[in-house]
Design a protein around this ligand. Structure first.
Ligand code: ZN
Length: 347
């Protein structure tokens, strides 16, 4: 990064940020029913030297708070003095849902299905419009932080479009336990990013309404490694990922065969074989028992935390591995078959 040009001031929402400075900018979204202004809180960390612009966002789904802690730590860790380029952090995109412990906007709309958004649309659409025009269109690359929905846990994982080689390259730099390549979902931030030429990663980790140390640490270190790969900062001790990364492109939900009491036998992070029992659903009297078995060799990337289930409830999210995807070497298998999720202190 030596020899880079000094940066020019960076302007966001009519606010000019000098090189080597950090600034708080609140972009007004609306007034709520009690007449309080609700805004999109943004922190801009503008490096002394020029370089790419990266946005990091969290709580697009208001109850998915694990990324909020990742964003908070990034704001504290990244110094504008040693940064090349600009880091835009939006720790709480959906402030309405965040304060109400809800995934949605007050009108029950899902922000991540409301892109590209309209300035005069419903609240979710207006918020999507503001985020797209003020944040996404100013950036070269983005990382959006999510968790599993309520009552589910996600193994820390990065999702990238199978049409974005650059995003896959940066997902590998992020080095999460699992990279899932998948199609883009209509109305999502990732789909509209692709359309406007901003590549991005989605990081999924942990459970809605909960913080967990492993998700936080893998998230913070992953974003820092991605920034290093983008030439934005040089880590003093390169933070090598302490675990291998598996790549998969096919995943499936295994569902409860009937209602009953659920017992998960293979939690997130477990490598499993075809035919292995991953969950058991029993009736409360204890005289009937149904096993949910794995149809393929794979790794559990998400699991239900609900004890009582109905027929068809999602129990296990399984990514297929082997064959076309990464094959397992013995070290990798040993790491994943270890105590990863029993001890939340692996990294
Ligand atoms: Zn989400």
């Amino acid at each position: 990064m030596q020899g880079r040009m000094s940066a020019q001031p960076f302007t966001l929402f009519r606010t000019k940020v000098a090189p080597g400075k950090r600034t708080a900018i609140d972009i007004p979204v609306s007034r709520d029913a009690a007449d309080s202004v609700v805004s999109l809180p943004v922190r801009v960390i503008h490096g002394r030297k020029e370089g790419p612009v990266l946005f990091v966002s969290a709580a697009v789904h208001g109850d998915e708070i694990s990324g909020v802690e990742v964003a908070r730590r990034l704001i504290r860790k990244v110094s504008p003095k040693s940064l090349s380029g600009t880091l835009i952090v939006v720790p709480v995109v959906n402030a309405f849902g965040f304060v109400a412990n809800s995934r949605y906007l007050p009108d029950r709309r899902d922000l991540n299905r409301s892109f590209p958004g309209r300035v005069d649309g419903p609240l979710a659409s207006r918020l999507a419009y503001l985020f797209r025009t003020e944040i996404m269109e100013r950036a070269d690359f983005g990382i959006d932080l999510h968790s599993a929905a309520m009552h589910r846990y996600n193994l820390p994982q990065v999702r990238v479009s199978n049409e974005s080689p650059r995003a896959l390259e940066l997902a590998r730099a992020f080095a999460p336990p699992v990279i899932m390549t998948s199609k883009l979902r209509e109305g999502s931030m990732r789909a509209i990013a692709h359309e406007i030429g901003v590549e991005m990663l989605v990081f999924e980790a942990g459970e809605a309404l909960r913080f967990d140390p492993m998700s936080t640490r893998i998230g913070v270190n992953g974003v820092l490694r991605t920034m290093q790969a983008m030439g934005m900062l040089a880590l003093k001790r390169p933070k090598r990922s302490p675990h291998p990364t598996l790549e998969a492109s096919r995943s499936m939900w295994l569902r409860a065969p009937r209602g009953g009491i659920s017992s998960i036998r293979a939690e997130s992070g477990r490598i499993v074989k075809a035919g292995q029992t991953l969950a058991i659903v029993r009736n409360p009297m204890g005289d009937e028992e149904f096993a949910v078995t794995s149809p393929v060799d794979g790794i559990v990337i998400g699991h239900s935390r609900l004890g009582v289930v109905n027929r068809g409830d999602a129990l296990i999210h399984l990514a297929q591995i082997g064959e076309a995807d990464t094959s397992l070497d013995p070290d990798t298998e040993e790491w994943f078959s270890g105590v990863m999720l029993d001890e939340h202190e692996v990294v």
